[in-house]
Design a protein around this ligand. Structure first.
Ligand SMILES: *Cc1c(COP(=O)(O)O)cnc(C)c1O
Length: 222
């Protein structure tokens, strides 16, 4: 037993009323653990490291939807471009352009989320609300025909203060609703990726429709 099947089932039940999708975060966990979750019906997995993702993609069934949720370096985009389904952490136009270039080489469209900085910690990656707006207004974006901006992703401050977490998610959700209808051919903003093991319940209450959960399903990472 690599995974907590009861917890997986209960999380899926909790997500139902919100119509939210589960990204099972399998970073640093063996392929066998993913296979076990896959066999019980989970098809979307999230990984943070390029090489690990490439190895797992080779070993595991083809109908898995792989999401890259880590910080993606431009020089590594080419390794995941042939198969990645969604890149959660895009926080620069340079990165988006590289993804578009590699997507084109692979004759596909790669879906991306813009990562927004909502936490008070300075170490977390992401764009400010103003930067996202500028980003969406950038004339370059229309030219990037091989990417589609599918929404936003954010991580709340790592804290026990539930009200702080709630207010950060609330702010991101209202921003999401503000930019949702941006009239650009390469933007189709409908996904709001927020919430992990410690805060996904709050995230759902504050409008998340995609949660990224690792340790609750796979156990603590060492
Ligand atoms: C590791 C990670 C998660 C999952 O964290 P858990 O606390 O194990 O649920 C979610 N999102 C991102 C971006 C991560 O790096």
């Amino acid at each position: 037993m690599f995974i907590n099947k009861d917890r997986l089932a209960s999380i899926l039940k909790e997500l139902e009323p919100y119509g939210a999708a589960l990204v099972a975060v399998s970073k640093m966990k063996p392929a066998e653990a993913i296979r076990e979750a896959y066999n019980s019906g989970q098809k979307i997995f999230g990984e943070n490291y390029v090489q690990e993702l490439v190895d797992k993609h080779e070993k595991l069934p083809n109908d898995i939807e792989w999401h890259f949720i880590g910080h993606l370096q431009t020089n590594k985009v080419k390794f995941i471009a042939p198969f990645v389904s969604l890149v959660h952490g895009v926080d620069s136009l340079k990165l988006l352009k590289e993804i578009a270039k590699e997507a084109k080489k692979n004759d596909r469209i790669i879906n991306c989320l813009l990562q927004v900085h909502i936490a008070t910690e300075e170490t977390k990656f992401g764009l400010s609300f103003e930067e996202v707006k500028d980003f969406l207004k950038s004339p370059d974006l229309v030219q990037l025909k091989n990417i589609c901006v599918k929404g936003l992703m954010g991580m709340a401050t790592l804290t026990d203060d539930a009200e702080k977490i709630r207010s950060e998610f609330k702010e991101l959700n209202s921003f999401f609703n503000e930019v949702k209808n941006y009239p650009l051919p390469t933007v189709d903003c409908r996904l709001l990726s927020m919430g992990m093991t410690s805060d996904y319940k709050i995230a759902l209450e504050e409008g998340s429709n995609m949660v990224r959960i690792g340790s609750a399903i796979f156990g603590e990472r060492s």
